[in-house]
Design a protein around this ligand. Structure first.
Ligand SMILES: [Zn+2]
Length: 237
């Protein structure tokens, strides 16, 4: 491979992360797919006790999962606007569903482990949250991001665990970063927890529980995508 091809690949990315067609970022078809999915409320089956009202912008299909994975694991930062705008759309769907005008809102990203952020070089969920807040403000909805949550040390990577282990792993696994009175944000502003994907619901449930315990008013959660359970005769879950 000539050096300039390798360099261009490194700098620009060679393929669409959603479908693999030669492209930079997300191709036109994948963009149309991602932006064309209707926002909706979602709930895993079974849902953990305390699972919050949650809105999402699409199913965790091949296109969504490819783009989210590339953004998170391959630092495909050119995808932040596309995915962050969809997160904003999901947040608006949630606000519509709660049917109250909360004024300004705080978006709180579900935290990754410090080690994962270090390995990846950036916090993809926080990046999506910042983009979503900007999009919401453009839409006339005052919103800002506050990373109020952190993982406790010793938490296993959720992605490596099955559904049952995820909830157990996370129980008590999050903490408020600082006592609520010292956060420097308007603690009276209601909170929307945000994440890239909801699978078992364990992360969102734990995040909401931790914030409620800290005295925050949590409206619910918003995600870019949600896994859709396929029903099959032999399924044991
Ligand atoms: Zn594509």
């Amino acid at each position: 491979m000539p050096w300039w091809v390798a360099t261009a690949d490194l700098l620009l990315g060679a393929d669409c992360a959603g479908c693999g067609t030669p492209w930079w970022g997300a191709c036109r078809e994948c963009r149309t797919h991602v932006t064309g999915e209707p926002t909706r409320l979602t709930r895993p089956t079974p849902a953990p006790v305390g699972f919050p009202l949650t809105a999402t912008a699409g199913p965790y299909d091949e296109v969504f999962s490819g783009l989210i994975h590339a953004h998170k694991e391959e630092q495909a930062l050119m995808l932040t606007p596309l995915l962050g705008d969809r997160l904003a759309a999901a947040a608006l769907e949630l606000l519509h569903a709660v049917a109250v005008d909360p004024g300004s809102i705080i978006l709180v990203p579900v935290p990754s482990s410090a080690a994962a952020v270090r390995d990846r070089g950036f916090d993809s969920t926080a990046a999506l949250a910042r983009r979503a807040a900007r999009r919401l403000r453009v839409a006339g909805r005052p919103a800002r991001v506050s990373s109020l949550l952190a993982q406790r040390r010793g938490l296993a990577d959720q992605a490596l665990l099955d559904a049952g282990s995820r909830a157990a792993n996370l129980r008590g696994g999050l903490r408020l970063r600082r006592p609520a009175g010292l956060l420097g944000v308007d603690a009276a502003a209601p909170v929307v927890v945000v994440d890239d994907v909801v699978t078992t619901g364990a992360s969102l449930t734990e995040a909401v529980q931790t914030l409620c315990d800290g005295g925050f008013d949590v409206l619910g959660a918003a995600t870019v995508s949600a896994t859709v359970r396929r029903r099959s005769a032999g399924s044991s879950d």
